[in-house]
Design a protein around this ligand. Structure first.
Ligand SMILES: Nc1ncnc2c1ncn2[C@@H]1O[C@H](COP(=O)(O)OP(=O)(O)O)[C@@H](O)[C@H]1O
Ligand SMILES: [Mg+2]
Length: 171
């Protein structure tokens, strides 16, 4: 049996600076493109921990050229020219989870899309579940990303990140 098949679907990754946070997003984007399917990611952590920075790296990694603005006031920013199409949510200002029904939330999460959700806890009970949960916290002057796989696809992605991080530290 492949030893990696039994590895737990949880990993902690140290991100020394802003560039490394963006780079983690780019790595995920490359994996998404290589596997040719969408994924739903919950991005958690306090204000200023790097959720939008990570999203910028991922969206640019999918091929978007130009600005990636925080969807704090619009709730969602679509990137429908990408393959797969990506939707960047920030639910910080969501008044009530039921508002997601009025937004037609199910259409976004129907599968085959990349859905990045900042502040998913604000949509609890209505927001569809995530393949991957990424929690950012402070570590010295940098950040730590705690990544959990919550589906078969999410677990495969965590293992992929595990071998990537090992490859980097082996250098
Ligand atoms: N690994 C890191 N180490 C130090 N600072 C970081 C790191 N990643 C991002 N930052 C900085 O932290 C801030 C994060 O802002 P932002 O991505 O908007 O956070 P959030 O969306 O979580 O509120 C930015 O100023 C960015 O430069
Ligand atoms: Mg943000």
């Amino acid at each position: 049996m492949n030893r990696d098949e039994t590895a737990p679907a949880v990993i902690d990754i140290v991100l020394a600076d802003e560039a490394e946070t963006e780079q983690l997003g780019r790595h995920l984007a490359h994996w998404i493109i290589a596997t040719g399917d969408g994924v739903t990611l919950y991005l958690q952590g306090e204000l200023g921990m790097g959720k939008t920075t990570f999203s910028r790296g991922l969206i640019r990694g999918l091929g978007h050229v130009g600005a990636v603005k925080s969807p704090t006031y619009t709730l969602v920013e679509p990137y429908e020219h990408l393959v797969p199409p990506a939707y960047h949510f920030d639910l910080y200002r969501l008044g009530h989870p039921e508002e997601l029904e009025f937004m037609g939330i199910r259409d976004y999460f129907q599968g085959g899309h990349v859905c990045l959700v900042e502040w998913p806890e604000r949509g609890a009970g209505v927001l569809p579940g995530a393949d991957l949960q990424l929690t950012l916290s402070k570590l010295g002057s940098g950040r730590q990303a705690h990544v959990t796989g919550n589906s078969g696809r999410g677990e495969r992605l965590v293992r992929e990140l595990g071998s990537l991080v090992r490859a980097h530290s082996d250098r």
